[in-house]
Design a protein around this ligand. Structure first.
Ligand SMILES: O=C(O)CCc1cccc(O)c1O
Ligand SMILES: [Fe+2]
Length: 319
């Protein structure tokens, strides 16, 4: 059965901060294109690779990767809240991935944030429209392993889905270059450290304060008065070139420090794209057939949407 892919940036500031109307129109057209692509493909299973922003995963127990066999979106930044419809074969896929030598954690009640909710919301209009396999990839809580591990995770998951009698859509959520004000454990005040270690249920006031701070930092970036690292369209497009060329192992040579230097701390979220593309590549040769990119400071996002399809194997004509 066929596989396809859609990767998209997310931003919690969508709907809060408004970019120029022309930009917003171009983004809307890109979303519409992606939505139509997904509708036409009509997936029976969505494998969703996404990060977290200290909403569902904390330093009290921080896995590099985790599959949710049940998952609930907590609805930060007014994104959809509630349970995802996790595929009943999630445990089997986990078993296959472990069998392939990738040590992946499991959660029987995974909490997820806008990183998971936005792509489901934008592509399907709901968290439950299509059975999904939610795969968390740690992209902020250092230390992180090399990006090649995300590629291998994606590859193992792609292989694990190959025998299924289902149309599978691989989705990656996050990136590209961006450096939003996500706190760091090292050097944190005791209060902030506690929030990063065990901050799962903030008060409404705490959540509102955090969101207001991030919204303001997007406005500051757009106004040119921010101290955060600039977006890096050049790096973002070089990354997209590599995905388009199908040359994923090239990324294995990029050090984690270089990711941060080029794209900011949250550029590690492109691990979700690497995993999604590696999953598709494990199934077949592929072609990136749609590519949108725009630097959107109001959203603190090197904002991109791509889709990809398998290249059908052409049998030679017998002469
Ligand atoms: O930590 C938060 O609450 C949100 C951080 C954040 C801000 C802008 C763009 C993003 O992609 C992002 O993750
Ligand atoms: Fe993010």
């Amino acid at each position: 059965m066929p596989a396809a892919l859609c990767t998209l940036s997310h931003s919690p500031l969508i709907g809060f901060n408004n970019p120029a109307p022309e930009t917003e129109a171009r983004v809307q057209a890109a979303f519409d294109h992606a939505k139509k692509f997904v509708e036409d493909f009509d997936p029976e299973l969505v494998v969703l690779f996404a990060p977290d922003h200290y909403n569902g995963f904390f330093y009290d127990m921080m896995p590099p990767f985790c599959v949710g066999t049940n998952a609930t979106a907590l609805g930060d930044y007014d994104t959809l809240a509630g349970p995802l419809s996790v595929t009943p074969i999630a445990r089997q896929i986990v078993a296959d991935v472990l069998d392939a030598g990738i040590d992946i954690a499991v959660s029987e009640h995974m909490y997820v944030d806008h990183g998971f909710a936005q792509p489901l919301q934008f592509l399907f209009g709901s968290l439950q429209a299509v059975p999904s396999l939610p795969v968390f990839i740690n992209s902020v809580a250092v230390p992180l392993g090399p990006a090649s591990r995300a590629r291998k995770l994606g590859s193992a998951i792609g292989q694990a889905t190959a025998a299924l009698d289902k149309r599978v859509l691989f989705v990656g959520s996050g990136g590209l270059s961006h450096d939003p004000p996500v706190p760091k454990l090292e050097g944190a005040s005791p209060e902030v450290a506690q929030r990063l270690i065990a901050g799962r249920h903030p008060t409404p006031e705490e959540r509102a304060a955090r969101q207001a701070r991030v919204i303001q930092s997007g406005l500051d970036l757009a106004a040119g008065i921010s101290t955060m690292r600039a977006l890096n369209p050049e790096w973002d497009n070089a990354f997209l070139d590599i995905l388009a060329a199908g040359d994923l192992t090239q990324i294995d040579t990029w050090s984690n420090e270089w990711f941060v230097e080029q794209g900011g701390d949250s550029a590690h979220e492109v691990r979700t794209w690497i995993a999604a593309y590696a999953a598709l590549a494990a199934r077949n040769r592929y072609s990136m057939n749609y590519r949108f990119y725009e630097e959107i400071k109001e959203w603190i996002a090197g904002f991109s949407i791509t889709t990809a399809v398998e290249i059908p194997v052409q049998k030679p004509v017998q002469a």
